[in-house]
Design a protein around this ligand. Structure first.
Ligand code: AMP
Length: 377
């Protein structure tokens, strides 16, 4: 057990690191974050910020020496670096989990081997393969880079093979998937401790636009059978990976089936509402898991909804407008990540609202979000 007083190292210094630092500090841990120059929302809450690129293995090793345990909030840290760090200190989730989830093709194969469905897809190495593959998989299709894609980046919708831009093939192979006509998108966040105990959060229902999460609600509008199946899939994946820490499983509901879309070995945007709506937040539960502390049973206390606050235009220095109006609404909670600059579609904050129903919670969250703007300072 790693007890309060010890230091937790977080690879990545974004908003997820910031929200992890809050319960870590509350529990009495020191926090060191690692991330490149630039905006680092987690840095203000950490004892120390190691400013270095994720490719700088020496800096990562030095950081590890000052910590008792390490984790990451950003899954594009090289798995090889994590392997080296793990020789010095425990890193949760481990390098193998990272290696599987960093590559969409490896991830797809891993999921399918467990008998869990994904969208029909195939590896593609060269644009010349697209016509035959699209013929087989159907159109429209989604072409996705195997590595490094994020928030809809590195992903193209193809109506025909010619729609694939040349830049897409800079880092082959890619994954080509049939576009799924899903009923809804769901996610399950599960946390597994060092002894193998697994505690899932309730299923979250998500809405994306242009590949980016816009809002989440909980409970999801699904029956008990699908709910149980979603949790079972997440448990099965966490066990198969021998996970310690948090895994997020994004799924499509297709009729009465669930197809896994993507895995993230970390706390997740769709789990933010757990801060106010659940008996324990995903962030505290993750800290508990990686430190060997007991996990808490998760209960949803009230129906909840989360709306992301995204940047609309670019400003190098910004001010947040509309805060006063947003804060007047009952049962709403505003989170601003403290980023120093804004770009279109950048995640700047979020609002969680609670209500007597998910509809009421969502309405409150949308009302509170409406006046918020990230404008030039
Ligand atoms: P991803 O980066 O794979 O999570 O994709 C981001 C979002 O794009 C998803 O949450 C979906 O809304 C959409 N998307 C991705 N892949 C597919 C697919 N095969 N069919 C339909 N929508 C998809």
């Amino acid at each position: 057990m790693i007890l309060p007083g010890a230091t937790i190292g977080i690879l990545g210094a974004g908003q997820l690191g910031r929200m992890l630092a809050v319960p870590a500090r509350q529990l009495g841990y020191g926090v060191v974050v690692f991330g490149p120059e630039g905006d680092a929302p987690a840095a203000g809450l950490a004892d120390h910020w190691v400013r270095a690129s994720f490719e700088d293995e020496e800096a990562a090793l030095r950081m590890a020496e000052s910590c008792e345990v390490l984790t990451y909030e950003f899954e594009n840290v090289p798995a090889e670096t994590v392997r080296r760090l793990a020789q010095l200190r425990p890193v949760h989730p481990g390098a193998e989990v990272l290696a599987i989830t960093q590559d969409r093709l490896t991830e797809h194969r891993f999921i399918q081997k467990l008998g869990i469905p994904t969208a029909p897809g195939a590896a593609v190495h060269h644009p010349s393969e697209l016509p035959a593959l699209m013929e087989r998989l159907g159109s429209p299709a989604r072409l996705k880079t195997a590595r490094g894609g994020y928030d809809g980046g590195g992903q193209w919708r193809l109506l025909q093979p010619d729609d694939a831009p040349a830049v897409a093939f800079r880092n082959p192979p890619l994954l080509l998937e049939r576009e799924v006509a899903f009923e809804r998108e769901l996610s399950v966040v599960v946390v597994r401790d060092t002894k193998g105990k697994i505690v899932p959060f309730p299923v979250f229902e998500n809405q994306h636009r242009e590949g980016i999460l816009r809002c989440t609600r909980c409970p999801a509008d699904i029956g008990p059978l699908l709910h149980a199946r979603a949790l079972e899939i997440a448990r099965c994946l966490a066990e198969a990976m021998d996970l310690v820490g948090t895994l997020t499983v994004e799924m499509f509901q297709v009729g009465s089936e669930l197809w896994v879309n993507e895995l993230a070995p970390r706390v997740h945007n769709s789990g933010h509402l757990s801060i106010e709506a659940c008996s324990v937040s995903q962030f505290e539960q993750h800290v508990r898991a990686i430190c060997g502390l007991p996990l808490r049973e998760v209960e949803l206390r009230r129906p909840a909804a989360m709306v992301n606050l995204l940047g609309e235009e670019e400003h190098r220095r910004l001010r947040v407008a509309g805060v006063e109006e947003a804060l007047r609404l009952p049962d709403t909670h505003l989170h601003i990540y403290g980023k120093g600059s804004v770009r279109k579609r950048r995640k700047m904050g979020h609002i969680t609202a609670l209500g007597d129903s998910t509809e009421q919670a969502l309405e409150r969250a949308l009302c509170a979000a409406a006046p918020i703007r990230f404008v030039a300072a």
